[in-house]
Design a protein around this ligand. Structure first.
Ligand code: ADP
Ligand code: MG
Ligand code: ZN
Length: 616
C-alpha cells in the first residue's frame, strides 16, 4: 500500500504576504503594462495578477488559487507575449482551448493547440514549426493525454528546451490532478514528467479549487518543491447563502422566493436530472416566469439557442444540470437556486459563484432534503449523473474507483446542509483551507441571521470516545465509519471487522443525530484528528482515513481539556413557532430552515430503490 503523507517535504512560500511581487521596477514592468493595455485592452490588473506574473517571470514555480473569473489566463498569456520563446499550456478540454485560442488570435497573438483527435498531418505541421528556426507560436496548448502519450511532443519540447526556447509550463485547472477535486482527470497525474525533464523551466499551476488535500496532491504530482503560493479569499461578500428544507411545496417556495426577491431578474436553478430540469422549467412557466431548461442530452443547436435567449434576456431563468455553467459569463445573475443537493462543497461553491459577478447582491439558496442525499448517492453509484463539462469527458473507466471519493464529498455536503449553527461562509471556506471570522459575515447567511438561542454544550465525553475509537480501529478507517461504529451499527463491514465487539461500539447510540458528526468535524478542524489520504492501489484509488494527532489529543484524553460546542436549543423549535429569517432576507418559506429531521428518509422519490439503506 502506498501512503501519501501530508507532511512530505515541500516548501511553500506564501507569495501574498511578500510585497516584493507587487513592485513596479522589474525590468519587464513597462512592457507588461503597455501590453496589458494595448493587446489585452485592460485598464489595470486585478488582484494578484501582477504579483503572479512577477513571480513566474522571476523564474519561480508558482501555484495560483484564484476564484473563477478572477483572471488566471492573463497571468500566463501576458508573460508568453513578452518572452522570446514558447509557453506550453496544459488544459483539460479541447473546447476550452479552442475558445482561448480564438481570443488570442483575435488579439494577434500566435497560438496553436495539439490534441489527439486532431488530424495527424495538422499535428505534424505544428510540431514541425516548433522545431524550425523561427518558431511562430507564442503559446502552445495541449491536452494532458498528449503529454502522457505522445513521444513526438516530448521530443519537440526537449528540442525547444535545448534551444532555450521553452519559456514556461502552465498547468491550467490544476485541480484535475487530484481525485479530491471535483474534476479528476487521470492523465493529469502523468504531468510530473514535465518537472523531471525540464527542472529549470518555471512551472505555473492555476486553479479555482483547492482544498488542502487537493493542493497537496497537485504539488506532489507535479513535483513542485519550492513553490510560491498566491491565494486570495474565496469569500464572495455580495452573495447571501441559505439552506431551506425541501418539502412537497418546494416549487411554490421557489416561485414565492423569486417573486418576492428577484422578480424578472436573472437566475439559474440547478437540478439533479434532465427530467427535473424540464419539470421545474414547466412549473415555473405555469407560475408566469420566463423559464427554459438546459441539459446535456439536448441537441447542440437547441442548447445554443437557449444560451442565446438567456444572454439576450428573452428568458431569465434557466433550469439546468451542472453541464450549464462553464463559460457562462453573464454578470447579472441575481440568484442561484439548488433544487437538489449538490455533489460536493467545491461544486456548490463554483455553481453559486456564477451569481453576482457584477458585485451586486445576489442570493444562493439550497433546498435540502435527506431523501435527495439517497437519490444522489444512488445516481452516483450507477454512474447516471450528469457531470460538469470536464468530468463528463474524463474516462468512464475510472468512475468505479471514484465512487468512494464522490461519496465522501457528498457526505460533506450533507453535513453542510445539516449544520444549523455555523456561518455558511465559514463552513465553505474552511473547506478551501481558508480561515474566516464569522463576524465578518454580518448576517448574510441563514445561520448567522438566526435569532433563536444557542446553547453551549460540553461534548468532551463524545470527543474522547471518538478519538479512542479512531485508535481502537488502528487508524485505518474513515470518519463515516467511525460514526457508524460509535452509533452501534451492525452493518456487514462492521461485523466483518469485528468492530461490533469493541468496548465503544454503540457508546454513542443515545447521542442526538448530527451531534456526533459535528463533534467529529470539530476534531478534524482542530487537528486533534488528522484526515489522511490513503492510496490503496497503484491506479490511485483513494480514500480518507482518520488518524490521531497525539500531540494535540493527549490533553483531551488525559482530561485536561474540555470541548464546548454551540447547538441550537432544540426545545424552542417546532413547526408552528418556527422563527422566520431576518427581515428582507430570503423570505421564500415560512418554515425555518433549521430542523433537518423533518426530512426523514425518502418516501416518494421515484428513482430510489426503497430498500436502499443509508449510511448515515
Ligand atoms: P479565470 O480563468 O480565472 O476563470 P479568465 O482568465 O477566463 O478567468 O478571465 C475572466 C474574464 O476576466 C475574462 O473575460 C478576461 O478578459 C477578464 N479579465 C482578466 N483580467 C482582467 C483585467 N486585468 N482587467 C479587466 N478584465 C480582465
Ligand atoms: Mg481559466
Ligand atoms: Zn454567516
Amino acid at each position: 500500500e502506498l501512503y501519501v503523507r501530508k507532511n512530505v517535504k515541500v516548501n511553500y512560500i506564501d507569495g501574498s504576504d511578500d510585497k516584493k511581487w507587487s513592485k513596479k521596477d522589474f525590468s519587464w514592468t513597462k512592457k507588461l503594462e503597455a501590453n496589458n493595455k494595448k493587446v489585452f485592452g485592460n485598464h489595470s490588473f486585478r488582484p494578484n495578477q501582477r504579483e503572479v506574473i512577477n513571480a513566474t517571470m522571476s523564474g519561480n514555480d508558482v501555484f495560483v488559487l484564484m476564484p473563477t473569473g478572477g483572471g488566471k489566463s492573463l497571468t500566463y498569456q501576458l508573460p508568453a507575449l513578452i518572452c522570446p520563446g514558447v509557453t506550453l499550456v496544459i488544459s483539460p478540454l479541447v473546447s476550452l482551448i479552442q475558445d482561448q485560442i480564438m481570443h488570442l488570435l483575435q488579439a494577434n497573438i500566435p497560438a496553436a493547440y495539439l490534441s489527439s483527435n486532431m488530424e495527424w498531418t495538422k499535428q505534424q505541421d505544428i510540431l514541425r514549426d516548433l522545431c524550425s528556426g523561427h518558431c511562430s507560436y507564442k503559446l502552445l496548448y495541449v491536452t494532458p493525454e498528449k503529454v502522457a502519450k505522445s513521444d513526438a511532443l516530448l521530443r519537440q519540447l526537449e528540442n525547444l528546451y535545448a534551444r532555450e526556447l521553452l519559456d514556461r509550463i502552465v498547468i491550467d485547472e490544476a485541480h484535475c490532478v487530484s481525485q479530491w477535486g471535483h474534476d479528476f482527470r487521470p492523465d493529469y497525474q502523468s504531468l510530473g514528467i514535465l518537472k523531471q525533464k525540464f527542472p529549470n523551466i518555471p512551472l505555473l499551476a492555476l486553479t479555482a479549487t483547492a482544498t488542502a488535500s487537493v493542493k497537496e496532491d497537485v504539488v506532489q504530482a507535479l513535483g513542485l518543491v519550492d513553490c510560491i503560493i498566491f491565494r486570495q479569499s474565496f469569500n464572495r461578500p455580495n452573495l447571501r447563502f441559505s439552506v431551506m428544507p425541501k418539502t412537497k411545496k418546494c416549487m411554490e417556495d421557489i416561485d414565492t422566493f423569486i417573486k418576492d426577491n428577484h422578480f424578472d431578474e436573472c437566475g439559474i436553478i440547478y437540478c439533479l436530472s434532465r427530467n427535473d430540469c424540464e419539470k421545474v422549467a414547466k412549473k415555473l412557466q405555469e407560475f408566469g416566469h420566463k423559464a427554459a431548461f438546459y441539459h446535456a442530452s439536448m441537441d447542440p443547436n437547441e442548447r445554443a439557442s437557449v444560451q442565446k435567449m438567456w444572454s439576450k434576456d428573452e428568458v431569465n431563468i434557466i433550469c439546468a444540470t451542472v453541464a450549464f455553467g462553464m463559460g457562462i459569463n453573464k454578470p447579472d445573475v441575481r440568484f442561484v437556486i439548488h433544487h437538489s443537493l449538490p455533489k460536493s462543497i467545491e461544486g456548490y461553491h463554483q455553481e453559486c459563484g456564477r451569481a453576482g459577478r457584477d458585485g451586486q447582491h445576489s442570493s444562493c439558496i439550497l433546498y435540502y432534503s435527506y431523501s435527495d442525499y439517497i437519490r444522489v448517492k444512488h445516481m452516483l453509484s450507477h454512474g447516471s449523473i450528469e457531470q460538469s463539462s470536464f468530468a463528463s469527458r474524463s474516462t468512464t473507466l475510472n468512475s468505479g474507483r471514484l465512487l468512494e471519493t464522490n461519496t465522501e464529498n457528498l457526505l460533506r455536503m450533507v453535513s453542510y446542509c445539516e449544520n444549523e449553527v455555523d456561518c455558511r461562509r465559514f463552513l465553505q471556506l474552511v473547506h478551501f483551507g481558508e480561515k474566516f471570522d464569522p463576524l465578518s459575515c454580518k448576517k448574510t447567511c441563514d445561520n448567522c441571521s438566526k435569532t433563536h438561542t444557542l446553547v453551549d454544550k460540553d461534548v468532551t465525553q463524545i470527543a474522547k470516545h471518538l478519538v479512542e475509537l479512531v485508535k481502537s480501529v488502528r487508524q485505518e478507517f474513515s470518519g463515516t465509519y467511525i460514526l457508524e461504529v460509535y452509533k452501534g451499527s451492525m452493518n456487514q463491514i462492521v461485523k466483518k471487522n469485528q468492530h461490533d465487539t469493541l468496548k465503544l461500539h454503540g457508546a454513542g447510540k443515545n447521542v442526538a443525530k448530527g451531534e456526533a458528526s459535528r463533534v467529529l468535524r470539530h476534531l478534524v478542524i482542530e487537528e486533534i484528528l488528522l484526515e489522511d489520504i490513503k492510496k490503496s492501489d497503484l491506479y490511485g484509488s483513494v480514500s480518507s482515513i482518520l488518524k490521531v494527532n497525539e500531540k494535540k489529543a493527549c490533553n483531551l484524553l488525559e482530561g485536561q481539556k474540555t470541548i464546548m460546542l454551540r447547538f441550537p436549543s432544540v426545545v424552542k423549535v417546532s413547526k408552528s413557532t418556527a422563527t422566520t429569517p431576518a427581515k428582507g432576507f430570503l423570505t421564500s418559506s415560512k418554515q425555518t430552515p433549521s430542523r433537518v429531521d423533518t426530512a426523514a428518509p425518502a418516501q416518494s422519490q421515484p428513482e430510489v430503490d426503497s430498500n436502499l439503506s443509508t449510511k448515515l
